[in-house]
Write a protein that binds this ligand. Structure first.
Ligand code: GLA
Length: 676
């Protein structure tokens, strides 16, 4: 449980009462009660109000708000407010603002504009966190600490450049080692003095966001920036823990956000929290995968849904409304996939600046007679009714899909073979193939214990870090099924190619050699032709993006390419290794192939779909104390039926006993407990 002060799914969200006047606060409180809101995240952007000058702190407003909320029955997720530094600080200490990738010195403005390597920023952000923790550690309203806000963005200032050199010295020890790791003899880049090393931005090595002349340098800068921002977080974390040991600490993450290595960050967080902002056309399986990734950061530990909009955003090109029922549906999707909180951005709409058209529980009209408020209040009632039943319930997936940020950075920066290769999309193809068949998968990091899975899939595992190959070999030897794809096993952790034949360190396990890699133009395709019918797979399937030209070296060939000069070369292989099997998918096949492949592998391993349900129904299961809770979520506009088997299950919200074919209303949700 996140905090046993509030043993239910927390309901509420970001609340910025400092942006409006006191008479509205009473109205807010009245409406919180009507909506069943019990948690407010406050102080997210209040640094400038709390610290009006370098030597002055004024907590009176926050003191009063904490007390008011508590009196109203609203608990507080207390933010440290360091996501936007005060204007006076930028004015007095210009070092606190960032330098952007083009080398331009930023002025005061926006948010998330603090230089993570500015000693002044570090000092005052940690000090503020410390003062807040000391002051509010025993406040009865406090249930969680929320450090800063959505850490992200990179800085290229002098301070960061100097800190980068120190970080590099620690990582490599000597310039000799560094020169080798970065392959600096290429284009005459040999460094003889640490001071010669500069940040890789658009004034040096990079252009267009992810194009670089030197992958090694740019990759290390991403590691270093993720580390720098994490250091800021850790300073605040330590400052809080000095005073307040028992209250969980988090910072809000952003799903597949590219710039930070969240698996590294997760090691320093008590509980994961994240902000979920799909748009109208985001595939629901992509949102599902994002939740699963956030749950996977701490090996399945439930997380907090820290933000979602009750209806629309303001920052997308087209800010569509959430259709009636969708906010509730997506909230349960989060719960089904591990969220123990449902929190919104925001509880009341701002009246000015760029978020005034962002959805909120309380809209500009100011009263409760709105569609959005009614839907929020209805969900509030249901979460109250659910109580603590679902808290801490876990998934039991037998398939793990690997995702690794360093691999992503290396792929993004790779300069070839194809701009069409998008790591996240490739991972999603595998996830979606399972999702469409109601088979659960965990999203896992490369450090995860693999022994709890029957199948581990590592799409486009381009970078093989030390120990990885041996770990996967041990997993397969012991009977596991491993699946990887084209463009895997190519480089080490420094993006240096493992010579002697692709897929490098994975070659023995996979029993193949990949001789060449073809990139297909957007209008080109090839075919994966099955050698013989195999379970759900027969005949031929389209494929694209990249085609590895491979030779079997002990692996059995299950399918071949159907055209081009490499027609007849293997496109799908399997290698027996110890007790298990290692599959190589040499290209990026169409969804029909992916679904067939996943169906076959799951059948081999006796992994069964949760239910038999038509497209449009999402099924997820969470288990707690021997009781399983099956969620059926209907993402379509019409009612659908799913087959749940003969044993009666109790639907938690209606109390009805159901079995056999059950009807899930349009955009509706059933939560079916197997307890009588
Ligand atoms: C992010 C931020 C919030 C707010 C929302 C708007 O998630 O954390 O402060 O800006 O976006 O969608």
């Amino acid at each position: 449980m996140i905090n046993d002060k509030l043993p239910k799914i927390w309901y509420g969200g970001d609340y910025n009462p400092e942006q409006w006047e006191a008479p509205d606060w009473a109205e807010d409180e009245r409406m919180f009660k009507l909506a069943g809101i019990d948690v407010a995240t406050i102080n997210v952007f209040s640094w400038a109000l709390i610290q009006p000058s370098e030597d002055t702190y004024d907590f009176s407003g926050l003191d009063a708000m904490m007390d008011r909320l508590y009196k109203n029955g609203t608990y507080v997720c207390l933010a440290t407010g360091t996501g936007a530094h005060p204007a006076w600080m930028a004015h007095r200490y210009p070092e606190v603002t960032r330098v952007d990738v083009q080398g331009r010195k930023r002025k005061f403005g926006g948010r998330h504009n603090s230089n993570p390597n500015s000693p002044v920023y570090r000092k005052y952000s940690a000090l503020l966190a410390s003062k807040l923790a000391e002051r509010y550690k025993d406040h009865p309203a406090l249930v969680a600490w929320h450090i800063s806000n959505e850490y992200g963005g990179y800085d290229y200032s002098e301070q960061s450049e100097a800190a980068f050199r120190i970080w590099l010295k620690e990582r490599y020890g000597s310039l000799d080692v560094l020169n080798k790791a970065w392959n600096t003899r290429f284009w005459g880049h040999t460094f003889y003095d640490w001071e010669e090393i500069v940040v890789p931005n658009e004034l040096s090595e990079e252009w267009n966001g992810n194009r670089t002349n030197f992958q090694g340098i740019s990759l290390d800068y991403r590691r270093f920036m993720s580390h720098s921002l994490l250091e800021c977080y850790k300073l605040e974390y330590a400052a809080i823990k000095e005073h307040s040991q028992d209250v969980p600490v988090t910072t809000n993450l952003m799903g597949f956000y590219p710039e930070l290595d969240y698996f590294e960050w997760a090691k320093h967080m008590d509980v994961i929290s994240w902000d979920n902002y799909p748009s109208l056309d985001t595939p629901v399986s992509f949102t599902a995968m994002s939740h699963d990734l956030m749950r996977g950061l701490k090996s399945g530990q439930p997380f907090m849904l820290m933000e979602q909009t009750p209806s629309q955003q303001n920052w997308q090109p087209y800010n569509s409304l959430k259709r009636p029922g969708v906010m509730r549906l997506w909230s349960y999707q989060a719960i089904a996939r591990g969220a123990d909180t449902v929190l919104f951005f925001q509880l009341r709409r701002s009246i000015g600046a760029c978020e005034k058209y962002h959805g909120a529980v309380i809209e500009h009209v100011g009263h409760e007679h709105t569609r959005v408020f009614r839907e929020c209040a209805e969900l509030g009632r249901e979460l109250e009714q659910l109580g603590d039943q679902l808290l801490d319930a876990r998934g039991q997936a037998e398939v793990g899909i690997m995702f690794d940020w360093e691999n992503r950075w290396a792929l993004d920066l790779s300069s070839g073979p194809s701009v069409a290769l998008d790591y996240v999309k490739e991972v999603h193809k595998y996830y979606d193939a399972l999702y469409q068949q109601n088979i659960e998968a965990d999203m896992i990091g490369v450090e995860e214990d693999l022994s709890k899975y029957k199948i581990v899939i590592a799409p486009v595992m381009y970078m093989v870090k030390p120990g990885f190959a041996a770990k996967v070999e041990a997993f397969v030897k012991a009977g596991g099924t491993f699946v990887t794809t084209y463009f895997s096993g190519i480089v080490n952790e420094n993006d240096l190619v493992t010579v002697g034949g692709y897929p490098g360190e994975l070659r023995k396990l996979l029993g193949i050699w990949s001789e060449e890699i073809d990139a297909l133009l957007p209008d080109m395709s090839n075919e994966v032709v099955m050698n013989k019918e195999w379970g759900a797979l027969s005949t031929s399937y389209g494929c694209g993006i990249l085609c590895d030209l491979i030779h079997a070296e002990g692996a059995e060939v299950l399918a071949e390419y159907g055209s081009d000069f490499y027609k007849g070369m293997p496109a799908l292989t399997v290698n027996s290794f110890g007790e298990g099997r290692a599959y190589y998918v040499a290209t990026s096949p169409d969804p029909a192939f992916m679904q067939g492949l996943m169906a076959n592998l799951c059948a081999e391993q006796n992994i069964k779909p949760l239910v038999s349900a038509p497209e449009g129904i999402e099924s997820v299961q969470r288990v707690k104390a021997g009781v399983s809770y099956l969620f059926l979520l209907n993402h379509t506009d019409g009612e659908l039926s799913a087959e749940i088997g003969g044993t009666a299950r109790t639907e938690l919200l209606s109390g009805k006993k159901l079995s056999g074919a059950v009807t899930v209303p349009a955009r509706g949700v059933l939560i079916l407990s197997d307890q009588a």
